[in-house]
Design a binder for this molecule. Structure first.
Ligand SMILES: Cc1cc2nc3c(=O)[nH]c(=O)nc-3n(C[C@H](O)[C@H](O)[C@H](O)COP(=O)(O)OP(=O)(O)OC[C@H]3O[C@@H](n4cnc5c(N)ncnc54)[C@H](O)[C@@H]3O)c2cc1C
Length: 470
């Protein structure tokens, strides 16, 4: 049995804590944001202040992979999620049979449970409160790492944390789950560690989002896909818990012509001009205005560059390790897969410092990094495509893999096998290359060959720019 400190009580930090506690380890979770008195699922949206999570009030979709992990590994979390009124459904069965074909036995893989971020996080936090061997302490940031005898010569060995209030908590392992803005590099620098190897893309996406609620508990019907690339912009329409939903216009962060969308009236006129999603405005807004977030770039920090750890006794999991374009909704699923990789590495070799770092690094590289790499590659192309569309140009990627993905997207509703293969990959259930085995890649290329000529269901770029400018 190991003593573990998890720093950060976001969704991934809490799931990591519960997975390790289930294996018999004693886990203390240290969270910077203070607890909110009298918090309930009903008031979480209005009352829960989470300064530590910038995206807390932005629309989220929790993919089938997250549902699969919690239903298999953390059933109490699934119970909580159901109790708070999460929207539970199935991605394939929600599509008319004429497109998806007859039901298949493994279609249950596409079950999902989703909701607004505060409501879903409340559900996960409630399960963590009930979990044995998990002690969540809110309102105290980790401000320093404690170190002890080195396990590898000249590599600091972390033996616990010190919080802002001066409390010292010793641990066999510290797990950093402090998210996109993780302070781990500077905490490590303070104890003399080498910096991690950082891969950062210099440009990203910008979100312009609003949430709505219906009067009768229903959510709008999806006419097009939830994630819709429309030339220089992308839209997201995300059904959520208790008759709520989110609508997002995503632009390139450097697309200044879209900055006018911060104004609620222009934002509404803009969304109204998009024929496939205009009806998603038919509800009462439940936020104060358009919520924006920028600098949504892709970043990965490798704390064992070349397999040689910058420190032992500490690992980074979830967004602290890698974060990527949130439009595709993979962050929580990739983070939970990463938590499973840590749990399994500890099962393999225990918490012996050098062995654990090596094992966790190997599992991360094999099972988790490919999801980040795929997302980053797609993001670079999508940003290139958005840029080109903003200039009125055509985007030539020169990348066969991207061409295949575009063909697959165009062919998805033409073939039930391709529909499922596309969803398996995009819902983080199966790597794309595997999902497109058995001749499906060739079929996608054939059926989706005309993807470049598909009409874009949106006004022209000039019209969109004019609406955004008011
Ligand atoms: C705009 C946007 C939309 C997104 N949409 C989706 C989506 O639809 N689907 C999806 O799966 N993912 C989505 N994501 C990604 C998802 O939000 C993240 O992957 C997820 O929050 C990562 O969880 P985490 O626990 O690693 O980090 P976080 O949720 O960021 O939690 C980090 C925690 O660490 C705490 N903390 C920070 N510093 C300290 C410290 N020094 N000491 C103690 N605690 C500290 C913070 O207060 C916070 O509670 C989106 C992200 C963004 C930015």
């Amino acid at each position: 049995v190991a003593k573990v400190v998890v720093q950060g009580a976001g969704v991934v930090g809490l799931c990591t804590a519960m997975l390790l506690a289930k294996d018999g380890h004693d886990v203390v979770v240290v969270e910077r944001d203070a607890a909110t008195e009298g918090l309930t699922a009903e008031n979480a949206w209005d009352s829960w202040q989470r300064r530590g999570v910038n995206q807390f009030r932005l629309p989220h979709f929790f993919l089938p992979r997250f549902h699969q992990v919690v239903s298999r590994e953390l059933p109490d979390v699934l119970t909580s999620i159901t109790d708070v009124g999460a929207l539970r459904s199935n991605l394939v069965l929600g599509i008319p049979e004429g497109f998806r074909g007859p039901t298949r036995p493994d279609d249950s893989d596409f079950d999902f449970s989703t909701g607004r971020r505060p409501v879903m996080e409340f559900a996960v936090a409630s399960a963590a409160e009930r979990a044995e061997r998990v002690d969540v302490r809110r309102g105290s940031a980790v401000s320093a790492l404690l170190t002890g005898t080195e396990a590898i010569s000249d590599v600091p060995h972390v033996t616990g944390v010190r919080t802002e209030s001066g409390e010292e908590i010793s641990a066999d392992l510290v797990v950093d789950c402090t998210g996109r803005r993780s302070p781990l590099p500077s905490l490590l620098e303070d104890v003399g560690a080498r910096p991690p190897h950082e891969e950062l893309d210099d440009s990203g996406f910008m979100y312009y989002a609003r949430h709505f609620r219906s009067t009768d508990g229903s959510v709008p019907a999806g006419i097009g896909p939830a994630l819709m690339p429309l030339g220089s912009i992308t839209t997201l329409t995300l059904a959520a818990d208790n008759g709520t939903w989110g609508v997002v216009v995503v632009a390139a962060a450097k697309d200044r012509a879209m900055l006018g969308l911060r104004d609620p009236d222009r934002w509404s006129t803009f969304v109204k001009s998009l024929p496939l999603i205009a009806h998603w405005l038919d509800g009462t807004p439940i936020d104060d205005g358009v919520i924006t977030m920028t600098k949504l770039e892709d970043r990965l920090r490798d704390y064992s560059p070349g397999g040689s750890p910058v420190a032992t006794g500490v690992v980074a999991v979830g967004d602290s390790w890698s974060c990527s374009n949130p439009t595709v909704g993979r962050g929580v699923s990739i983070g939970t897969l990463h938590a499973l990789a840590l749990r399994d590495a500890i099962r393999d070799v225990g918490v012996e410092p050098a062995a654990l770092n090596q094992r966790f690094h190997a599992r991360t590289e094999a099972d988790v990094r490919p999801w980040f790499e795929w997302t980053r590659r797609t993001d670079r192309h999508r940003l290139g495509e958005m840029d080109a569309a903003a200039r009125g140009d055509r985007y030539d990627s020169g990348d066969d893999a991207w061409e295949l993905e575009q063909s697959l997207a165009a062919a998805t509703m033409k073939d039930p096998d391709l529909l499922r293969a596309n969803l398996r990959a995009n819902m983080v259930l199966q790597p794309l290359e595997e999902a497109l085995g058995g001749g499906l890649a060739e079929r996608a290329l054939e059926l989706g060959a005309g993807w470049r000529d598909e009409p874009i269901p949106a006004p022209s770029r000039d019209e969109l720019v004019a609406i955004a400018a008011g």
